[in-house]
Structures are given as structure tokens and as C-alpha cells.
Design a protein. Structure first.
Length: 436
């Protein structure tokens, strides 16, 4: 199977053995997957993914298979038409194992929903796998799937990949526009939402992307000729549990790329993150328009989110806490759409200036290890390093890089301009070395 060594039989056995504890998959089709594998074994391979077992995040439409977006309200939804993502992998001969868990409508950095329960981190079951594509990352990390395909509006691919110790790439929405995403963001902020694969090795990532590209890569690419890397290090207030980031990362990057730059002209992570929050908050009415609720429901949701950790809100409205507490609070702080967009354009220009000179940007994915379950709720700091990449619409990959003192995985991210996925993968390969 080329870059992949996981068989459908081994993946199915692993799911049956482990999914009850990990909760990576919310829906499975294991008997059907075994039958698909038998049928494909007698066929001429359609692509490098022929016979490869995979999962899909449960907000990509799959005809005849439930697609809920993690929402209790849509728990019985079965779409009639598949998303282009599902179609391209089916035509490639890959074998779908099921749908992987996410947070309610993908709105929080923890894969926990009424539909799928709480997805655990395979490295420590008491910790989150991240979100919103936490089921995808946990499935790949635990050997339940060879790859998955997620989406990322604030770190939803990169953060779970980092927490679970695998690779996760956000492809630019400019080059890879979203289609067939259920419960996706409103059009006014859809430009922040990318999509992409989660896998264990760079060769696996390349094969998945190259198979998907003819059908899904329909936007333009920007000219880019890489010449080096710029290190975007966290300031002391953002350094969290990775205070030696610069001193630990620089030697590895110099060994991989030669001289590295540290004069980047980018703001600190907290200020850059607030630019993204400003976009979300100033478009609050657009989120509400796609999910109307009464004022009473809204007030109740905020109270339950803030003081009851979301335990009550699901009985009143399945995802009210996420929408109201994460977005409504932002709306109170960021009211001016024009000002929010001006700040976003300024940050995009700062990234573009580095890319125009041939520099990839290297930063942490998170300066904290995977939190314990429930600790990510309303905690904007966990996405402080990832959200700026969404504002810039970066092609960005999470690359495992050692471990935190408690033994949990940590990761770098490499960010390049729209359409630079091959260059970004090359950089990831240099960082990881020949092993991966």
C-alpha cells in the first residue's frame, strides 16, 4: 500500500478493541469496510490510497451515513449526497471505516459532543485529544485509521495533531475552497476555514494530498520560492510550558535549513490571536443567523457555559454554550467589522511580506500540553498560536517535536502561503528527518 502499512483488518480490530475507551469514532461501518476491502483486493488499484482504511470527520457529508456535526439536534441526519471529500476518496479506492468525533458544530478546541461523547488522548486518557478534529487525530494516533480529513478555522486540525503526536495540515481556503461541509461557518468568515489531512508520516500526507488535489484544489496558488525560515517565538506571557522554545528549536532548524531568522515583524501571539477573535466576534450576527435561538435560550446558554461547564446547556440547546459563550462574548468586545477586518488585513500583510521574501514561518502549535478534559472550554490561550494562521489563510502543518516535561507530545507548525503545500511538506520532512 505504498506509504501506508495499516490494513483494513488491523484497523477494524483496533477500533473494536479501543474505541469504547478512546471514542475517536462516533459512527462506524466495520463489517461494510471489511467487505469493501475484499472487493477492492480483486480490483486494479485506482490510486496509492487503494485499500487504505480511513476516517472522516463527522461534518463532511457522506451519503447514506450519518453526518451530525456533533450536534444533538442533528443526531438523526443522514445526507443523500456526499461531499466532494468523500467522493474523491471513494473513487481512489480508500476504505471508509466511519465518522470521527468533533466538538458540537466544531466550535471548541476539544472533541466533546452530545453525539459522540468525549474523545480521549491516546497518550493519556485523562487528557483531551484537542478539537475540533480530535476524533480524527486520536484515530490516526491510536492506529484505528491510516488517515483522516478534517477542517480548521482556528487550529482544529493542527491542535489535535499536536496533542496526539501526529501530522496535521491546514490547506489554504484560497487554494482549497470548502465544499460539502455540513454546519460550516457563515460565508463572511469561511475564508478562515481550511481543510486537510491528518496522518502519521510526511509520505502519507503527500499521497493523500496528491490524490485529493485534482478534485479539491480548485483555487489559485501564489508564486513562492523558499529560501529559509523565520522563527516566531512566544513572548514570556505566551510561553506557557515551553519557555525554552527558542533555544530548543533554533539548533534543530539551523541543522535542517541553515541560518534561521528571528526578526519577523509579527506581533506577539496574544495580539495576533485577538485579531482572529475580532473577526469572529464582529460577525456574531452571522453565526446567530445560521443558528437562531431565543434571548432566553441565549442567556441560559451563557450562564451554563460559564458556571456549569456546559453540563446543562445540551438539554436546552445542544450547542448553545459554544456559540453564545465563545462568540457572544467576543461580540461584546469587538463590535466594529471594518476595524476588525483592517486589523486582519494588516496581519495578513505581515505574513505576506515574509512569504514574498521566501521565508516560511515556524512557531509552536501550542505552548501547553493537552489539557485535562473540560479545561479547554472558553480557554482562548490554547489556540493563541494557531488562530493567526487562519487569519493569514496559511498553508500550515503541525509537526511533532519532542515532548513536554509531563511526557505529552508537543509540536511545531510550519506556515507558508496559499498553495505552498509541497514546500511546507518538504520543510516538515527536513525537521523530522529520514524516520518520518
Amino acid at each position: 500500500m505504498g506509504a501506508f502499512d495499516l490494513t483494513v483488518g488491523a484497523a477494524v480490530e483496533r477500533i473494536r478493541e479501543r474505541n469504547r475507551r478512546i471514542r475517536a469514532f462516533v459512527w462506524t461501518r466495520l463489517d461494510e469496510a471489511i467487505e469493501d476491502a475484499r472487493r477492492r483486493a480483486g480490483q486494479r488499484p485506482a490510486s496509492p490510497l487503494h485499500g487504505v482504511p480511513y476516517g472522516l470527520k463527522d461534518n463532511w457529508d457522506t451519503a447514506g451515513i450519518p453526518t451530525t456535526g456533533g450536534s444533538h439536534r442533528f443526531r438523526d441526519r443522514v445526507p443523500e449526497k456526499s461531499s466532494p471529500v468523500h467522493e474523491v476518496f471513494e473513487k481512489a479506492g480508500a476504505v471508509l471505516l466511519g465518522k470521527t468525533n468533533l466538538s458540537d458544530l466544531g466550535l471548541t478546541p476539544e472533541a466533546a459532543s452530545w453525539v459522540g461523547g468525549v474523545t480521549a488522548n491516546p497518550h493519556d486518557l485523562s487528557r483531551t485529544s484537542g478539537g475540533s478534529s480530535g476524533g480524527a487525530a486520536a484515530a490516526v494516533a491510536d492506529g484505528m485509521a491510516a488517515f483522516d480529513w478534517g477542517n480548521d478555522i482556528g487550529g482544529s486540525i493542527r491542535l489535535p495533531a499536536a496533542y496526539c503526536g501526529v501530522l496535521g495540515m491546514r490547506l489554504s481556503s484560497e487554494t482549497w475552497p470548502l465544499r460539502g461541509l455540513f454546519s460550516g461557518p457563515p460565508p463572511s468568515v469561511a475564508w478562515m476555514c481550511g481543510q486537510g489531512p491528518i496522518a502519521r508520516t510526511v509520505p502519507q500526507m503527500r499521497e493523500v494530498i496528491r490524490v485529493a488535489a485534482p478534485a479539491l484544489r480548485t483555487g489559485p496558488s501564489r508564486p513562492f520560492q523558499p529560501r529559509g525560515v523565520v522563527v516566531w517565538s512566544p513572548d514570556p506571557e505566551s510561553a506557557g510550558k515551553w519557555r525554552a522554545f527558542r533555544s530548543e528549536v533554533t539548533p534543530a532548524l539551523e541543522a535542517a535549513f541553515g541560518e534561521t531568522r528571528h526578526d519577523h515583524g509579527l506581533p506577539d501571539f496574544r495580539r495576533a490571536r485577538n485579531v482572529a477573535i475580532g473577526i469572529w466576534g464582529s460577525h456574531f450576527e452571522d453565526f446567530r443567523g445560521s443558528d437562531p435561538m431565543s434571548p432566553l435560550e441565549g442567556v441560559t446558554a451563557v450562564l451554563s457555559a460559564l458556571f456549569l461547564r456546559g453540563l446543562v446547556d445540551r438539554r436546552l440547546h445542544p450547542h448553545a454554550a459554544q456559540i453564545m459563550a465563545m462568540v457572544a462574548i467576543g461580540r461584546l468586545l469587538f463590535r466594529d467589522r471594518r476595524a476588525a477586518r483592517a486589523k486582519a488585513d494588516r496581519l495578513r500583510d505581515q505574513f505576506a511580506a515574509l512569504w514574498d521574501h521566501g521565508y516560511l514561518v515556524v512557531a509552536p502549535v501550542s505552548t501547553y500540553p493537552a489539557p485535562r478534559h473540560g479545561r479547554s472550554f472558553l480557554n482562548w490561550s490554547v489556540t493563541a498560536c494557531t488562530m493567526p494562521g487562519n487569519v493569514a489563510d496559511a498553508t500550515a502543518i503541525a509537526v511533532p517535536f519532542g515532548r513536554f516535561p509531563d511526557g505529552l507530545p508537543r509540536a511545531l507548525q510550519v506556515m507558508g502561503p496559499p498553495g505552498s503545500e509541497e514546500h511546507v511538506l518538504d520543510a516538515a520532512s527536513r525537521i523530522l528527518g529520514p524516520r518520518r
